[in-house]
Design a protein around this ligand. Structure first.
Ligand SMILES: Cc1cc2nc3c(=O)[nH]c(=O)nc-3n(C[C@H](O)[C@H](O)[C@H](O)COP(=O)(O)OP(=O)(O)OC[C@H]3O[C@@H](n4cnc5c(N)ncnc54)[C@H](O)[C@@H]3O)c2cc1C
Length: 266
């Protein structure tokens, strides 16, 4: 799911609701490049905020962000003028409504409003959530999961939800061994870590690894892919062409675009 940013719209009083606001309770580095931010909110807000979140990221240090509102049909209604809030897609790595807590793992890629916010995040900081969406996965006897650091939260949730008899492979592209994470998985799913080493994020590592995989037999297959957009396009073409996967058998989404922001900050 690529985020969409809607123009300010006058929907009339009563047609809009406020966004949900979550407050940071703690921050810790899971790996050198991944920062886990734990947020708190009432249980119902936590339960509704995921697994995929349309996150509203304020300027670093803004104690009272000028949030947009959400129209009844889900469109975001932006405030007029400069507000400094950016819309980005993220994944709730963990949702615990009973504890009123939700974790988001941010890749500290060094640029952009979300990565900059995460690098500076501290208890008391706030984030908005405009809407939530599913991960796009589907149960199958054989799973292909392919993604980079940005997709690890989604892949960890898909693996955790997979039945114990599930077979398959997860191709996980990270900078190096220091970026590998513990991901509980069914015994029949191989976790294969691909190290970029000197290559830049979004290098063709993942696409090459998928291209080297023989197509599993049968039709009880599902492929889930989340990574840099050009990589995902290559993988999607391979899965639709060589593997012959039909639309219900795969979900392949560009999670970020090399050299381009996902959408401008307001
Ligand atoms: C459905 C969905 C779920 C996602 N879940 C997560 C998640 O849980 N955790 C997570 O970290 N990301 C996740 N992403 C990816 C995240 O939305 C993008 O990386 C986004 O661009 C980050 O916004 P930003 O403001 O930091 O950078 P932007 O303003 O969007 O981009 C600024 C610059 O940084 C570059 N850039 C962006 N991301 C990366 C990257 N990962 N590596 C190297 N360069 C990069 C861009 O090419 C651009 O040049 C998800 C994306 C989608 C679509």
């Amino acid at each position: 799911m690529e985020p969409t940013e809607d123009r300010p719209t006058d929907t009339g009083a009563g047609d809009v609701r406020p966004v949900d606001v979550l407050t940071v309770v703690s921050v810790r580095d899971v790996t050198p490049a991944v920062r886990r931010v734990t947020l708190t909110a009432p249980g119902a807000v936590v339960a509704a905020a995921g697994p995929t979140l349309s996150l509203l990221v304020p300027r670093v240090g803004d104690p009272a962000p000028h949030w947009p509102q959400v129209a009844r049909d889900g469109r975001i209604v932006w405030p007029q003028g400069s507000h400094g809030v950016a819309l980005r897609s993220y994944t709730a790595r963990r949702q615990d409504p009973a504890a009123g807590e939700l974790d988001i793992d941010f890749v500290l890629h060094g640029d952009g409003p979300a990565a900059t916010w995460a690098a500076a995040a501290a208890p008391g900081a706030v984030l908005g959530v405009a809407s939530a969406a599913p991960l796009g996965d589907a149960p199958a006897g054989w799973l292909l999961l392919a993604g980079d650091e940005t997709a690890l939260p989604a892949i960890s949730r898909i693996l955790a939800a997979a039945g114990s008899q599930t077979r398959g492979i997860a191709l996980l592209e990270v900078a190096g061994p220091e970026e590998e994470q513990q991901l509980p998985a069914p015994a029949g799913v191989e976790l294969r870590w691909l190290h970029r080493s000197a290559a830049v994020p979004g290098a063709p590592l993942l696409a090459d690894a998928v291209a080297a995989l023989p197509r599993p037999e049968g039709e009880d297959l599902f492929a889930w892919v989340g990574a840099e957009s050009a990589t995902v396009r290559t993988v999607r073409a391979d899965l639709r062409g060589r593997w012959g996967l039909r639309r219900p058998q795969h979900h392949a989404i560009g999670y970020w675009r090399r050299g381009r922001a996902m959408s401008p900050a307001g």
